[in-house]
Design a protein around this ligand. Structure first.
Ligand SMILES: NC(=[NH2+])NCCC[C@H](N)C(=O)O
Ligand SMILES: [Mn+2]
Ligand SMILES: [Mn+2]
Length: 319
């Protein structure tokens, strides 16, 4: 436990004072096939994130990174197209328990990925604690493929479909309660959506602000419209799931599925700052930092951006 060194105070609608954050480090890469994303949380913590949050006035709990019981590839053959289905399912179920446990104690769980399949666990834990929570998903991708629509078979491209209950054909994922309603979800930053995903977004009336809308209206207006959609009175809890590939690859190069034309450094941070200002943030994910990809300087840069996004979401201001 690191004690707060500053007395900065700000109001949260849901967290008791003094505010407390529980860092859930998830060195997990089973939702996709590139090695190294499991190192993301280790680098984020080594870069000093726990102390940085303490300096912002948070009580910080970090009990070491989550240990996952490996399942050998031999005993985890694909189910349909899904790769590592049992491993991903078991890990996410454990993460749901840990995140839900922190949330129920009045702490804000900050989950450090690891790949984005983990969000199946983090958001399950949030919705179990705050059933009326909404979800702001910041990403180049919608991660809403079903086991039927996926091309890659990578489960990090599917967590949202499981949370919405769009597919119930895989018994291994039967534990995921379909507690997310389509009108409680909003996307920002999209620019690489599979054909099947476009259909799902349309058919379910899911609100999405792609980079086209960011270009058209600017990030300030986009965040306002996004919150008006999922949280019009600014009084329900918010889970923010931030995939660093939402940022332009020039800003966050070390990630597994970079897509050009992304958010600027400031646009990414603005989203975090604006959500903090609502006083409604109850859970945060920083996902898909992969320090093994791109060169060493890019890895340092991406890790630093991951830390600064987390700080902005937890109250760091420019002035
Ligand atoms: N969390 C991520 N980076 N997801 C990328 C997903 C890419 C692609 N849509 C897929 O389903 O495989
Ligand atoms: Mn992504
Ligand atoms: Mn993602």
């Amino acid at each position: 436990m690191i004690m707060a060194t500053s007395t900065e105070s700000s109001v949260s609608r849901f967290l008791p004072d003094p505010k407390s954050v529980a860092i859930v480090g998830c060195p997990f890469s089973g939702g996709q096939t590139k090695a190294g994303v499991d190192k993301g949380p280790i680098y984020l913590v080594e870069a000093g994130l726990p102390q940085q949050l303490a300096d912002l006035g948070w009580q910080v709990q970090f009990d070491g990174h989550h240990q996952f019981e490996e399942i050998s590839a031999a005993s985890d053959p694909p189910i349909g197209k899904l790769k590592n289905p049992r491993f991903v399912s078991k890990v996410c179920q454990a993460v749901a328990q840990v995140v839900g446990g922190h949330a129920k104690k009045g702490q804000l769980p900050l989950t450090l990925g690891g790949d984005h399949s983990l969000a199946m666990g983090t958001i399950s834990g949030t919705l179990d604690t705050y059933p009326d929570a909404c979800l702001v998903w910041v990403d180049a991708h919608a991660d809403i493929n079903t086991p039927q629509t996926t091309d890659s078979g990578n489960i990090h491209g599917m967590p949202v479909s499981f949370l919405l209950g769009l597919d119930t054909s895989v018994p291994e994922f039967a534990w995921v309660k379909p507690n997310l309603k389509p009108n409680k979800l909003v996307y920002i930053g999209l620019r690489d959506i599979d054909a099947g995903e476009k259909k799902i977004l349309r058919e379910n009336g899911i609100k999405a602000f792609s980079m086209h809308e960011v270009d058209k209206w600017g990030i300030g207006k986009v965040v306002e419209m996004a919150l008006d959609h999922v949280n019009p009175k600014r009084e329900s809890p918010i889970h923010l799931s931030f995939d660093v590939d939402a940022l332009d690859p020039s800003v966050a190069p070390s990630t597994g599925t970079p897509v050009r034309g992304g958010l600027t450094f400031r646009e990414g941070h603005y989203i975090c700052e604006a959500i903090y200002e609502t006083g409604c943030l109850v859970a945060l994910d920083i996902m898909e930092v992969n320090p093994s990809l791109a060169d060493a300087a890019s890895a340092v840069q991406t890790v630093a951006v991951g830390c600064s996004l987390a700080r902005s979401a937890l109250g760091e201001t420019l002035l």
